[in-house]
Design a protein around this ligand. Structure first.
Ligand SMILES: Cc1cc2nc3c(=O)[nH]c(=O)nc-3n(C[C@H](O)[C@H](O)[C@H](O)COP(=O)(O)OP(=O)(O)OC[C@H]3O[C@@H](n4cnc5c(N)ncnc54)[C@H](O)[C@@H]3O)c2cc1C
Length: 277
């Protein structure tokens, strides 16, 4: 189904942002490909919107939501997951098939596609460590098979020459002999240190080399500091909470205020992990 003028606050975990002029959630990859072959607009793919903010003036283009692309298979030791599969489901599926290493994914509230785009990671592991191949689709609806060597992969960063391609599925080899940690313990650790359940995007900034963004922000006494309805979390200084109907502009101004304060105090440039469109 195609929706016009869709409020993106409904689809982003910060619960803020403007309208998408066209919003499409394909039921399968064939339908996606047919739509892209006809499309002339600028395209953005989204998963669970847990690391995404669309500015208040909206996005004049096509948003492809992968929520129905949820195929998950286990063949010859390899797990194949479509882009809209949640990371929690992938983690549980790997465990149920006696494959270890995917436990960390249960703590990240994103989709496979979003995690591939961000090289999502937690507790010392990153998703691309386990990828054996990906399937992508380009602006014209053509499908490609790619290997990890086709991408420059770094901390929360994935770059490709063919940057007009989007992830539709991936194959994983979770090949560790033992579990890293019990998923339950991960979630307990998260709940103890992060404001889970409130509208946020997780960590707003990447950790600078040999430092922690949260530590720098907290040292600048910014915990609890607000602009409009957007506040620095009291529980975790690298989280911004939409506390009171924040606009995307409130959130962006708070991000800039944090960057300026940390730069003036410590001479460190904080780089956002959050994707702002
Ligand atoms: C409470 C909380 C805790 C978090 N903890 C962590 C953590 O520990 N580690 C971590 O790494 N992240 C964390 N995050 C951030 C976020 O969950 C991850 O970055 C996640 O991988 C984003 O997935 P998504 O499906 O929500 O992506 P979205 O937010 O929908 O999109 C993020 C980016 O990926 C792109 N994208 C999405 N799908 C595709 C696709 N199919 N093809 C190409 N590009 C695509 C989007 O265009 C956008 O640029 C946390 C977020 C929250 C709210």
């Amino acid at each position: 189904m195609i929706l016009m003028e869709e409020p993106m606050a409904k689809h982003c975990s910060l619960r803020a942002g403007g309208l998408a002029s066209e919003f499409f959630a394909p039921t399968d990859i064939g339908q996606l490909s047919s739509h892209l072959k006809k499309n002339k607009k600028t395209i953005i793919f989204i998963g669970l919107g847990s690391n995404l903010l669309i500015r208040d003036n909206g996005f004049d283009g096509l948003i492809v939501h992968t929520k129905h692309l949820k195929g998950l298979n286990f063949t010859n030791g390899t797990i194949a997951a479509e882009a809209g599969t949640t990371l929690a489901k992938l983690s549980r599926f790997a465990g149920a098939n006696n494959k270890h290493g995917a436990e960390f994914l249960s703590a990240i509230p994103g989709s496979v596609g979003g995690a591939l785009a961000m090289n999502a990671g937690a507790f010392g592991s990153e998703i691309w460590q386990y990828v054996t191949s990906v399937t992508t689709i380009d602006n014209n609806g053509n499908i490609q098979q790619r290997s990890p060597d086709d991408f420059a992969i770094a901390y929360r960063s994935v770059k490709a020459e063919h940057c007009d391609e989007f992830f539709v599925s991936a194959e994983f080899n979770f090949n560790q002999v033992e579990k890293n940690i019990e998923a339950r313990d991960l979630l307990d650790k998260r709940n103890a240190s992060q404001p889970i359940g409130l509208p946020s995007c997780g960590s707003v900034f990447k950790n600078p080399d040999n430092n922690f963004a949260a530590k720098l922000i907290e040292s600048c006494n910014l915990k609890g500091f607000c602009i409009g309805g957007a506040c620095v979390s009291d529980k975790h200084a690298n989280f911004i909470i939409n506390q009171n109907s924040a606009t995307a502009q409130d959130i962006e101004e708070l991000i800039q205020h944090i960057q300026t304060t940390v730069a003036n105090t410590y001479d460190v440039a904080l780089e956002p992990e959050l994707v702002i469109i």
